[in-house]
Design a protein around this ligand. Structure first.
Ligand code: SF4
Length: 396
């Protein structure tokens, strides 16, 4: 099982962000959050006795800005989990953080000492003008300093998060950010295209014509040339937006893409466990009240088999390893080439897909248009499913 802990606080909100988090200008995480989180861990451990779920293989503090927590708070949470759940001996413990808050004196060494084994740092760009435009609170030189501090603190598994397709960004500018990030020698890199989410300040600015986003051709070059640069520097792409040196794929996210069960804790955290899915209240006070009242997993939705099948296809196709035909067959009860063979062959002909007797996988060009490809594929799979549903005859 994967454990996700949502830490819904940031020093300041970035203009493009649609994640649930509240601004904490003084950076002090409220005690209410920590007390409720510990109570949520306790309650879940009672609801899920050790024998009923797999050992915890990954604990992921995501946000928000988990690096606003004090190391003693992180340590208390990890101790509570270890005391109440079966935790795998090689459990990966990741903490997301921003360079400005990770630079606090002593924090990195204390995080390492309390059991955090992997740091995922929100760098976003190595260009100070882009960082200012995004509303980030750090500079490129601070990123370099924090990576050096993390190494001195004993972190041997570092990931840097970067963003491309930024307003005003050129292909050369993006490749320069990537090259500088590689020079820092992280074990893992994530490279997400900026997506303008509805209701964010960036959305308002785009509507007002204030954001000049790169055109389609530049975006394509950023993805393909960026990918080539990373592969050249020893980072293998294992998911559309994720690259790693051998042995350093993110176990937690890989678990999501492969369909593992996960328990989410904290405001707005999503869980998927034993065929059901639910979301914790996306508000600190409401979440704390429901935990205090012993209300866990309110309004869980059963995941219908057809949804599970489409989610599996969509998530597996995000990975470089692709979708094993046997996985599709086990869920659908039919073979994928039978359900969508002609469409898959056409994708192969266009150079968007590779297919052999074991699996299908998107090519790099296919990854660029993955949403369109999966939507089209879903249509065909739904039609195939409908065609094999026996028509109801009149009652005799
Ligand atoms: S620091 Fe991260 S989570 Fe917080 S507002 Fe910025 S992008 Fe969103």
């Amino acid at each position: 099982m994967l454990l996700y802990i949502h830490v819904p606080f940031c020093r300041r909100r970035c203009g493009y962000c649609a994640f649930h988090s509240q601004a904490l200008p003084d950076g002090r995480v409220p005690e209410l959050y920590l007390a409720s989180l510990l109570e949520e861990i306790r309650s879940w451990s009672e609801r899920l006795p050790e024998a009923s779920c797999d050992p915890v293989e990954s604990i992921f503090f995501g946000g928000g800005t988990p690096s606003l927590l004090e190391a003693r708070q992180v340590g208390t949470v990890l101790e509570a989990i270890a005391g109440r759940f079966a935790v795998a001996t090689d459990c990966e413990c990741t903490l997301e953080g921003n360079p400005d808050s990770l630079a606090r004196p002593g924090l990195l060494a204390d995080l390492r000492a309390c059991g955090i084994s992997r740091l995922s740092m929100g760098v976003q760009s190595m260009d100070n003008r882009e960082l200012a435009m995004l509303g980030r609170l750090h500079t490129a030189s601070q990123c370099r300093e924090v990576v050096a501090l993390a190494r001195r603190a004993g972190f041997e598994n570092l990931s840097l998060d970067l963003m491309w397709c930024l307003p005003g960004q050129t292909v050369q500018g993006w490749l320069a950010t990537l090259a500088q990030a590689c020079d820092l020698g992280p074990e893992h890199l994530s490279a997400y295209a900026l997506s303008i989410e509805e209701g964010t300040p960036f959305d308002a600015r785009r509507r007002a014509g204030e954001l000049a986003l790169p055109g389609e051709e530049d975006a394509e070059a950023m993805f393909l040339e960026g990918r080539a640069l990373l592969e050249d520097r020893g980072y293998a792409q294992y998911e559309i937006s994720n690259y790693a040196r051998a042995g350093f794929r993110c176990r937690h996210n890989l678990g999501y893409w492969l369909g593992a069960d996960y328990l989410g804790l904290g405001p707005s955290a999503v869980s998927t466990l034993n065929g059901r899915r639910w979301t914790d209240p996306p508000d600190l006070e409401r979440w704390a009240q429901s935990i205090a009242a012993g209300r866990l997993a309110e309004d869980p939705e059963a995941i219908p088999p057809a949804t599970r099948l489409l989610e599996t296809v969509m998530l597996r196709l995000r990975t470089a390893d692709g979708l094993p035909l046997a996985v599709y067959e086990a869920l659908a009860g039919r073979s994928l080439p039978e359900d969508a063979g002609a469409f898959l062959r056409e994708l192969c002909r266009q150079g968007l897909l590779v297919m052999d007797t074991e699996r299908i996988a998107l090519t790099p060009r296919g990854m660029l248009v993955s949403s369109a490809v999966t939507s089209e594929l879903f249509l065909r799979l739904e039609r195939a499913a409908l065609a094999r549903t026996p028509a109801k005859g009149p009652r005799q």
